[in-house]
Design a protein around this ligand. Structure first.
Ligand code: PMP
Length: 331
């Protein structure tokens, strides 16, 4: 056994697992990148590390400095952990609509947490704009700006894509995932295309996001809504610019939840809804690319982050979503 020299080196190098039930459904091989295995239990640890390193290299972050970010939660958790490891402080601005577990986790990690009412991106009250203002007004603070800061997607070009390529021995036909900032899809897409331009990169979009229409018809337009946290984008972020997207799928919450259920019941993986939506997208891509194809996707975060929502009967009923059979007797 070897020893990891530094806790920050625990970020990345996550396992890639063959998903039996999804592969069977698709008639080809579907692989999931286990991003819940990162120290902050999500894919966003990678972006947090790269953004903070980038700010250090630019001379923006000094000893004892503060990183401020607006986030659905997972990036905040990554930033709080990396900040602690490097001796910085963190301020996280988060919409009130996100899971209670993420808020409790951020407080537990020692981040300063500011929750704000949900507001459209066009409003100055949107959590992203509020976080920028707080960073500007705070001495020694840096705004992480994960949506437009391309250090985010660089993390996925240099680490996630590289790892997937190595783990699959360079035999990969397609990759898909949903977009929040777009760092993962753009970065992994760019990294894999640089290895082999024939790899098909597909965007999996939840309802309520505008990217499906954009890549299908060149127009940012959305319909419906989704309860999935961390995904669903309405604009072309800096990270999404020039992303090599070959095709796109739109996946409903019901379909994503069905895969959350099957992955838990049949494979023993407890995941968040964006992972279920990604797996449904990977199956759609696998069916299109055909028998024998090899598809990778992202298992973005742990389901333990959603015990009071996704895994709570009352919450699911409130949202008009099907309740997992084993939770149906819960009051
Ligand atoms: N799933 C979850 C649970 C997330 O928190 C995020 C990050 N917003 C994503 C998926 C999407 O990742 P990205 O920001 O790289 O598009």
């Amino acid at each position: 056994m070897f020893i990891i020299p530094n806790t920050l080196d625990l970020i990345g190098n996550t396992p890639l697992v063959r998903l039996e039930t999804a592969s069977e459904e698709a008639g080809c091989d579907i692989y999931g990148k286990c991003e819940f295995a990162n120290p902050g239990a999500s894919v966003k640890d990678r972006a947090a590390l790269y953004i903070i390193r980038d700010a250090e290299e630019r001379g923006l972050l000094k000893t004892g400095g503060r990183i401020v970010e607006g986030t659905a939660g997972n990036t905040g958790i990554g930033i709080a952990l990396v900040a602690n490891a490097k001796g910085y402080k963190s301020t996280i601005v988060m919409p009130e609509t996100q899971s209670r577990e993420k808020m409790d986790t951020l407080r537990a990690l020692g981040a300063e947490l500011i929750t704000v009412p949900a507001a459209p991106y066009s409003s100055p009250c949107h959590f992203v704009h509020q976080s920028r203002r707080i960073a500007e007004e705070t001495e020694g603070a840096v705004w992480a700006n994960q949506f437009d800061n391309v250090a985010n997607r660089r993390a996925h070009i240099e680490t996630t894509a590289e790892e997937i390529w190595q783990q699959m021995d360079g035999r990969i036909d397609g990759f898909t995932c949903a977009a929040g900032t777009g760092g993962t899809i753009a970065g992994v897409g760019m990294g894999l295309k640089a290895k082999d331009a024939k790899v098909t990169i597909a965007l999996t979009d939840p309802h309520g996001a505008a990217l499906y229409e954009y890549y299908a018809h060149g127009e940012l337009k959305s319909e419906g809504s989704s309860v999935a946290e961390g995904i669903g984008q309405g604009r072309i972020t800096g990270n999404l610019e020039d992303a090599p997207i070959d095709r796109q799928y739109r996946i409903s919450d019901e379909e994503g939840l069905q895969w959350v259920e099957r992955l838990l019941q049949e494979e023993g993986l407890c995941l968040g809804l964006s992972s279920g939506i990604n797996v449904a997208g990977a199956i759609a891509l696998g069916k299109e690319l055909g028998k024998g194809s090899r598809i990778a996707t992202i298992l973005c975060d742990t389901g333990f982050r959603y015990l009071s929502s996704l895994y709570n009967a009352e919450w699911l009923r409130e949202k008009g979503l099907p309740v997992f059979p084993w939770l149906q007797n819960e009051e």
